[in-house]
Every structure is written in structure tokens, then in C-alpha cells.
Design a protein. Structure first.
Length: 276
């Protein structure tokens, strides 16, 4: 099954003109560094952004938004401990910013500190009870922790807050699958696909669920759609081959497994030797 998705993109504060300390009366040099940092961040120059945000902090050591932006740049460079330190400093200065807790939760999630991530997402939700992405990500962290019912409850809340959130349906489908509710999983993947018809993982996971229910033709259709979207999706060939094998289409199965082998799937040789 494809891994659950989380709304991992950082929730960043508005640009310089909206920052509490960087008003028209703020130090012009600090405003310049802050705006330069934002521009560099948005063009992927994370090291340059960090350098500029550090200059702002030297001038305004209590500017929470700058710590948050610098933390996000560090996160993008996979300096997760440095990112957490900056988010924590921002929270110390401004403990009522939901986005900072959310961002720190995302970083903790990447470090597999799921309980720490849950605590941060919970704080973000306390501040903003309609924070759909925080519900999605808390659900993902609960799922990783084995709290499947808690995960489903969070995905339900995310869908209430944003009924067009394909990721929430996708994740809920994954969790239902882990609970062996394959029909429920298929319904959720179908909703995710209606919202985002290019979500290849939703087709793939729906195909897996159909395979479990022995709807092999339906599974073949879903795996075929995955391949249309992403012709290098190796596991789609492997699983479509298995579905074809189950309905007696040995040639079609072997063709798919050969394609998987061409794409680097190591077990294809074993399948081809045994079945073809």
C-alpha cells in the first residue's frame, strides 16, 4: 500500500509587510534582509535565506516570524533539529501562532517523533479549531502510532473542515484498509480520485483493495490508470500482473512482470522463472 500523505508543506506567515515588527517604522536594514530572505526562500536558495533571516534576528532577536521562516528553510535543508530549535524559539516569543506548532509538528513527524508531532498538531488545533491540515497530519501521526480509530476521527474532522481535501480521503482509506474495511477504503479512494483525478496512489491503493476482494478486473482497471498517469510506477505493473494471473491471463501477467523487471523490480526474475 502506498504510504499515507501528509500536508507537509510549511504554513508560513505572510510576507514582510504583515510581520508584527517589520512595519513601516521598522529598521530599514532589517526589512531589507527579511524581504531578501523571503525571496531567496521562494526561489529555493535556502542557505541564502537562512543567512538573511539570521541578520534580521541579530537586529530583532524577538521577532517570532523570522525564527519561523528560518526554521522552515532549515527543515527544507533537512536540518531538522535546527528547524525545531527555531520553531521552539518562535513559540516562546509568540505561543498563539497555530502555524508554528503545525510546522514544528511536521518536522517532528519527519523525525518519526509521532507523539511529539501529535502534541504540536493538537496545540495548533486548539488555537485554530478549523485547521484542516493539522487534523490530516495528526491523523497520519496517530496512524503511524497504531491509533487507527483516532486517525479516522481526525480525518473525519479534516473532511468536515474541508470536504475537498483529497489527502484526507486518501489517508482515511489507508487506515480503513489497515482495519480490513476494504469496501470503506474503496469508497474513500474513489472520493479522493473524484477530487484529484491525477492522484495515482489512490488508484493504486484502490486496486490493491479490489484485489483483496477478488475484483480482479476492477483492480486491473485501476492499475492501468496508474500506469497511464505514471508509466514508471513499477508496483502497478507487478500488481496488474498478479491480477491478470488470477484471471488466467498468464501472457498478460508475464508481460507486466517483464516490464517491472525492465524498471528495476528485483523480484521479477523470481516471478518470471516460476510463472512464465
Amino acid at each position: 500500500m502506498s504510504r499515507r500523505t501528509i500536508a507537509i508543506a510549511a504554513a508560513l506567515s505572510v510576507l514582510a509587510l504583515g510581520s508584527p515588527l517589520l512595519t513601516a517604522n521598522a529598521n530599514p536594514l532589517a526589512r531589507q534582509y527579511f524581504n531578501q530572505g523571503v525571496e531567496k526562500y521562494e526561489t529555493g536558495n535556502y542557505q541564502g535565506a537562512i543567512a538573511d533571516f539570521t541578520k534580521v534576528i541579530e537586529i530583532y532577536p524577538r521577532h517570532a516570524d523570522t525564527y519561523s521562516w528560518r526554521g522552515t528553510a532549515k527543515d527544507d535543508l533537512e536540518d531538522y533539529q535546527g528547524a525545531i530549535a527555531d520553531y521552539s524559539k518562535a513559540i516562546e516569543i509568540n505561543p498563539m501562532n497555530a502555524e508554528t506548532y503545525y510546522n514544528r509538528g511536521n518536522t517532528k513527524y519527519k523525525l518519526e517523533d509521532y507523539q511529539g508531532a501529535i502534541a504540536d498538531y493538537t496545540k495548533a488545533i486548539e488555537i485554530n479549531p478549523e485547521y484542516a491540515n493539522a487534523f490530516v497530519n495528526r491523523g497520519a501521526a496517530k496512524d503511524e502510532s497504531g491509533d487507527y480509530q483516532g486517525a479516522i476521527a481526525d480525518y473525519n474532522k479534516a473532511i468536515e473542515a474541508n470536504p475537498r481535501d483529497a489527502g484526507a480521503y486518501f489517508n482515511r482509506g489507508n487506515t480503513k484498509g489497515e482495519l480490513k474495511d476494504h469496501q470503506g477504503a474503496i469508497a474513500d479512494y474513489t472520493m479522493a480520485i473524484e477530487i484529484n483525478p491525477q492522484l495515482s496512489d489512490a488508484y493504486f491503493n484502490r486496486g490493491l483493495a479490489k484485489n483483496v476482494l477478488k475484483d480482479y478486473q476492477g483492480a486491473i482497471s485501476d492499475f492501468t490508470k496508474v500506469i497511464e498517469i505514471n508509466p514508471k510506477y513499477t508496483n502497478a505493473y507487478v500488481n496488474r500482473g498478479a491480477s491478470k494471473y488470477f484471471i488466467g491471463d498468464s501472457k498478460g501477467a508475464c508481460d507486466d512482470w517483464r516490464k517491472a523487471a525492465d524498471l528495476g523490480y528485483e523480484r521479477s526474475a523470481e516471478l518470471l522463472k516460476k510463472q512464465c
